[in-house]
Design a protein around this ligand. Structure first.
Ligand code: FAD
Length: 347
């Protein structure tokens, strides 16, 4: 449990690569145990695929759309470390298409979003730990029993007893390979092939183009998921007369792979056309913001939860090790921290 503060006499210096939900959960939980943690993030801010882009009147979630909380520890963890004002249930009408193309309701389940944007959660979590942003860890160099992570300017960024990598598997494999750890890198080959890319487009319509659902999983040659971003709690233009609405359109993996190098403006045009064909939407488009995810969702395969290489003092956590979703990233981080604590106790 997150609140079982296990003060240990064996205080370790732990470097965590990546500040998505897995990296931040790992960092907070290790810190709770009394360890010294530093999180390195290559982007300007924390969050990873809990991502939002600034748009007129607010922001649009271009990565994770919502999250579940099936693990009874997840919401208490978020309440304790992100705060109750950073997330809320999204009471949306969600639909998926049957084989005949009819819209059917999603199974009943509580689904949550960050408020007023997905990144509110990662921003709040990151306040509890030391996060060094804008620092890509390029390689790890062994120094006796310790690790020296080097940034992409070739500078060491500290000395650590352990390193936890929470990057998607392709980036984790690169880092391990450059760190002279080929046998660890090889263990990620299968996971890499299961991570799918996704083109995302946030689209502003002058009026709501589809009033029947707030989110739909599509069976469509181009689209995988479409959602009314403005229907989420605390979002831009919510209930504001004449402000229009922001929708988010996600292409499916096959379409994205075929259009991986297509210009963003063309991608937006084609996905909007697919959305119109799917829904019959007539509302005018007044703005778009496009983003390409090379590593979006992880599907299938076995889910070991985490990887812990005790001999090397290297651990891996992330959604791809535990079901491929926001909650999976939390589960993976939690299981890694427990495994490390257990292996330290058994020493
Ligand atoms: P990430 O969030 O990817 O974090 C990894 C971090 O590592 C990143 O910040 C990256 O910049 C950093 N990094 C990588 N390499 C380095 C390096 N060398 N040095 C420093 N930093 C590095 N999940 C759901 O539950 N529901 C959804 O509706 C949903 N929809 C999605 C839609 C899209 C388009 C996408 C992209 C994802 C979606 N997901 C959804 C998946 C969800 O976003 C992820 O499962 C979750 O956010 C992954 O968290 P993570 O911490 O494992 O990885």
């Amino acid at each position: 449990m997150f609140n079982e503060t296990l003060r240990t006499t064996d205080v370790r210096r732990i470097a965590i690569v990546g500040s998505g939900i897995a990296g931040l959960t790992t960092a907070i939980k290790f810190k709770q145990q009394g360890h010294e943690v530093t999180v390195f993030e290559k982007s300007r801010g924390p969050g990873g695929r809990l991502a939002a882009k600034r748009v007129s009147n607010g922001s649009a979630d271009i990565g994770a759309q919502y999250f579940t909380a099936r693990n009874p520890d997840f919401l208490p963890f978020l309440s304790a470390f992100a705060g109750d004002s950073c997330f809320a249930p999204w009471r949306a009408r969600l639909g998926f298409q049957s084989a005949e193309g009819q819209w059917q309701a999603f199974p009943n389940e509580h689904r949550y979003v960050g408020t007023p944007r997905m990144t509110a959660i990662s921003r709040a979590l990151s306040a509890h730990v030391k996060v060094v942003s804008g620092t890509r860890i390029e390689r790890l160099v062994r120094a006796g029993e310790n690790w020296l992570p080097f940034d992409d300017a070739g500078q060491p960024v500290g000395e650590f007893d352990q390193v936890i990598i929470t990057a998607p598997p392709a980036q984790a494999r690169e880092l391990l390979a450059r760190s002279n750890l080929p046998e660890l890198a090889a263990q990620l080959n299968d996971a890499i092939s299961r991570v799918l890319p996704c083109w995302a487009v946030a689209v502003h319509f002058d009026e709501n183009p589809w009033p029947h659902h707030e989110g739909m999983r599509c069976t469509d040659p181009a689209l995988y998921w479409v959602a009314n971003n403005s229907s989420k709690p605390g979002r831009n233009s919510e209930n504001k007369e004449g402000a229009g609405v922001w929708w988010v359109l996600h292409a499916n993996a096959e379409w994205t792979e075929r259009h991986i190098d297509t210009a963003p403006a063309k991608v937006a045009e084609e996905l909007i056309a697919a959305f119109r064909a799917l829904t019959g939407a007539k509302a005018a488009v007044t703005d778009t913001v496009t983003h390409r995810w090379l590593y979006a969702r992880s599907e299938g395969g076995n889910n070991p939860g985490h990887l812990w290489f005790k001999g090397q003092g290297i651990g891996l956590a992330g959604d791809w090790l535990s079901g491929g979703r926001v909650e999976g990233a939390f589960d993976s981080a939690s299981s890694l921290v427990s495994a490390c604590a257990e292996s330290a106790t058994n020493q």
